[in-house]
Design a binder for this molecule. Structure first.
Ligand code: SF4
Length: 814
């Protein structure tokens, strides 16, 4: 529904840059990259940034049923009317959603079929490092860091628009921007056996496209006023990227190569960002993000600084990715000061031999020692991540997963505190721009066999295993190393109705089998071993790491040789740094207490005040549920300096309460809440402070102090006055229907609430009722306005979906 805090929705004109996420809102809103780019675009006066997410199937059905296009959340702009639509490419299994979003916008799928006048369709993100399966659908891709490049692209489109030149001229100019790949400027030739023969550049000097780098994160823009969703998203917190890149060199991990080199933000800058972002959003949790958070040089001092500042306010700090061996006793101590969820360790392979192959040189001893430390420090659950199907894997390696998981669980017992283990097993998918890009992917049948074996063995040891559907891994593998011919497959799959393929409840294997057959694509051709001298579909995309380095790493893998992490001091020559602007940026370790500060817990006085407010809920805010209103006010209080009182306990909540839960869709001018604040804080102050921070559509209309022990609102409420404005077709003979209803002795209603049958008499609950034109006004006790209206009109509740419902007044007892 849009309208979230932090959105840009008040400007007009200029350049419309739509950031499109080809998955559902809850996932897309948790994606940091999109928030960063949104923040960058929001800072430019002539750009109107807007967002769109893949519509869930029910919304798609509704849009198609009404012949309506997919529109942005901010201004309701149909995508076809935007200047730029930039898709984030996070995951291969979201590709059909991209086609669906274009289709729902009446934008021709194939770039070659889009004439002048359509928006520039742009792609970026990790999957853009092999954009070939999507190259027929996109005008251009951005390879690498986006902070600076999106602005250059936007500027380029703006100038082109002003000059009124043809699209070809725009593509020519875009190709001149570092990091921008225009696929139509390359032609691919194939050998008779289907392998690529050559990739021919069609534009002089445009042989390959080098990835774009942001040299120093310290000066890069960071959104400290991100968009704050109303509903609960996957990551519902402030996320701060403390560093980008990882040079550990795990040979299966694409992110480890395409985000190199390591660039850390200084702890001072991180502290600054956290402070601003918590203040601006009202969140009570911050997450420190990077590919391997435990490697951040100043992590412990930073954690201490954050804990000192926020523990008293019960704001939590979370660290999503910790490496085996990176949990120092000091760090464990700091993390213990906040909430503990499960601790994740990722040995990735079950044997030391295979861990050497993938360059994840963790000894079993170190892993177990870590597990012991984790359990001893109070964690009850360790999540272990493994992969099956890695190059050179044998059944001995697979069985190693069972053994090591059992041993990790035993460490819980040894530590004296006990503990559990969850085992997650994914299937290895060879990715482009890694030393394993030439390796074969194991077949679906082999994945299924190994999963079944593991499940059985782990069950014997009372261990729970999670795994991914083998068909999904197969499909991911086809697209990960796919080429341009896969556009046929995507078009076919989309036509057959494939959507949300990464969601097991939507993935339809049979449709995909049909799509492969109809498009004449053989999946095994894409999952096979690639010859070392074979041109690869992504060879003209230069991620910065040299192909020779990947080849050498592959050799080292097969020999089980380790490659050290260059952050320890020695460059291993991957080729990504120019050692001028692009280089490792690490921060010197500082003493543990460098950022320590004493923040005494705020003293709650014995004296409190209770303030009752009346507020309105109008416009699109009427679609917020009761739970979302609760979050809305919690965040609003968090953003303000209201001295609200908190409940006791480990998860303290601000002390406020609603009178009742309002049904979704009803406009209200009479919502009531009680707040408990420190004494000395006045009703008018509370009203002003809330109105400064609440979103448009929720406004405090009045506030008054009430006695601390005054009865709860729900006890005081007697009746509610509603106005129902009916659509023309339902308003015929309204007065007669009102009279007939009033003449009834009773009008019984039965409904279910939480499995319990509720019965009451609508006629008995009706206080006043009158009709005026197509408007009904009623004063009622128990019951919903739609239930009364449905009884008065003699139509089902569903027939009232176009009626406008307004809550005008609450009548209190006495
Ligand atoms: S070029 Fe050297 S220092 Fe830079 S990321 Fe590669 S290995 Fe590390």
């Amino acid at each position: 529904m849009g309208g979230e805090m932090g959105t840009a929705n008040s400007r007009e004109g200029g350049l419309t840059f739509v950031l499109a996420f080809p998955d559902v809102y809850e996932i897309g809103m948790s994606h940091l990259g999109l928030q960063v780019l949104y923040g960058v675009l929001k800072g430019v006066p002539w750009i109107m940034p807007e967002r769109v997410y893949a519509p869930w199937p029910d919304l798609e059905e509704s849009l198609r049923g009404q012949g309506k296009p997919l529109v942005t959340l901010e201004m309701g702009t149909p995508l076809a009317e935007a200047d730029i639509v930039g898709f984030t490419l996070q995951y291969e299994l979201s590709y059909t959603n991209i086609l669906n979003m274009l289709d729902l916008s009446a934008i021709p799928l194939l770039a070659a079929e889009r004439g002048e006048g359509y928006p520039l369709i742009l792609g970026g993100g990790p999957c853009a490092y092999n954009p070939e399966p999507l190259s027929d659908f996109f005008d251009a891709f951005l390879i690498g860091d986006g902070e600076d490049a999106v602005l250059e692209i936007a500027e380029c489109v703006r100038a082109w628009k002003e000059e009124g030149l043809p699209k070809r001229a725009l593509l020519e100019r875009l190709a001149g921007i570092e990091g921008v790949y225009v696929p139509s400027f390359f032609e691919v030739g194939y050998q008779p056996d289907g392998r690529i023969e050559r990739v021919v550049p069609l534009r002089e000097g445009y042989q390959s496209v080098r990835r774009r780098f942001v040299g120093d994160l310290e000066t890069a823009l960071y959104p400290t006023s991100p968009v704050v969703p109303f509903l609960k998203t996957v990551h519902d917190r402030v996320s701060v990227e403390i560093s980008r890149g990882c040079t550990r060199g795990c040979r299966f991990c694409q992110a480890g190569y395409i985000y190199r080199p390591v660039r850390e933000r200084s702890p001072e800058r991180v502290l600054e960002i956290v402070e601003e972002a918590l203040q601006n959003t009202g969140y009570d949790e911050v997450s420190l993000l990077s590919l391997s958070t435990g490697d951040y040089g100043c992590l412990t001092p930073l954690l201490k600084g954050l804990m000192d500042r926020y523990a008293a306010q019960k704001k939590a700090v979370s660290l999503p990715s910790m490496r085996v061996g990176s949990l120092s006793p000091e760090m464990a101590e700091e993390i213990r000061r906040v909430r503990k969820t499960g601790f994740t360790l990722a040995p990735e392979a079950g044997s030391e031999r295979l861990r050497s192959v993938i360059n994840k040189g963790i000894s079993e001893e170190a892993l177990l020692e870590n597990a012991r430390a984790v359990y001893s420090n109070g964690w009850r659950l360790i999540k272990l991540y493994f992969m099956i199907g890695l190059p050179t894997e044998t059944m001995e390696d697979v069985d190693g997963i069972v053994e090591i998981s059992r041993e990790v669980k035993r460490q819980g017992k040894l530590s004296g505190s006990g503990g559990d283990v969850n085992v997650s097993v994914s299937s290895f998918v060879p990715k482009p721009h890694t030393p394993f890009q030439w390796e074969p992917q194991i077949s679906e049948a082999e994945i299924v066999d190994k999963q079944r074996h593991l499940r059985g063995e782990l069950k014997k040891k009372k261990l729970i295993m999670k795994w991914q559907d083998a068909s999904l891994s197969g499909l991911e593998g086809v697209f990960a190393r796919g080429d341009r011919r896969l556009s046929r497959l995507l078009i076919e799959a989309h036509r057959l109705g494939c959507r949300f393929d990464g969601w097991w409840e939507h993935f339809d294997r049979l449709k995909w089998v049909e799509a492969f057959e109809k498009s004449g694509i053989d999946a095994s051709f894409y999952l096979r071993r690639r010859e070392l001298d074979e041109p690869l579909p992504w060879d003209h995309i230069d991620c910065g790491v040299a192909k020779e380095f990947f080849l050498a790493e592959r050799e080292a893998a097969l020999g089980g040789a380790a490659t050290p992490d260059c952050r320890e001091g020695t460059c291993t020559g991957c080729g990504v740094c120019d050692f001028d602007t692009v280089k490792l940026r690490l921060h010197e370790p500082v003493p543990f207490d460098t950022y320590a500060c004493e923040v005494p817990p705020a003293e709650a006085s014995d004296l409190a005040r209770r303030i009752r407010i009346r507020f309105e809920k109008v416009g699109r805010m009427r679609f917020l549920s009761h739970l979302e209103m609760l979050t809305l006010f919690t965040r609003a209080v968090g953003r303000s300096d209201i001295p609200i009182r908190y409940s006791q306990g480990y998860h303290p909540h601000p002390k406020f309460s609603f009178a009742t839960a309002l049904s979704v869709g009803i406009v209200s001018y009479a919502e009531y809440m009680d707040f408990e604040v420190e004494s000395g804080y006045g009703a008018q102050q509370l009203q002003d402070a809330l109105n400064q921070t609440l979103p448009e559509g929720v406004r405090v209309l009045e506030a008054e102090e009430i006695p601390l022990r005054a009865p709860a609102l729900s006890v005081l409420m007697d009746q509610v006055r509603y106005r129902v404005t009916l659509p023309e077709e339902l308003a015929a003979d309204l007065q007669a229907k009102v009279d007939a209803f009033l003449a009834l002795d009773s009008s019984p209603l039965k409904r279910e609430k939480k499995g319990k049958a509720i019965e009451f008499d609508l006629r008995h609950e009706m206080g006043e009722l009158k009709a005026d034109g197509r408007v009904l006004e009623m004063v009622v006790g128990r019951g919903k306005p739609v239930e009364f209206t449905s009884a008065i009109l003699g139509v089902p509740v569903e027939a009232l979906k176009d009626a406008r419902l307004e809550k005008l007044e609450v009548i209190f007892k006495g």
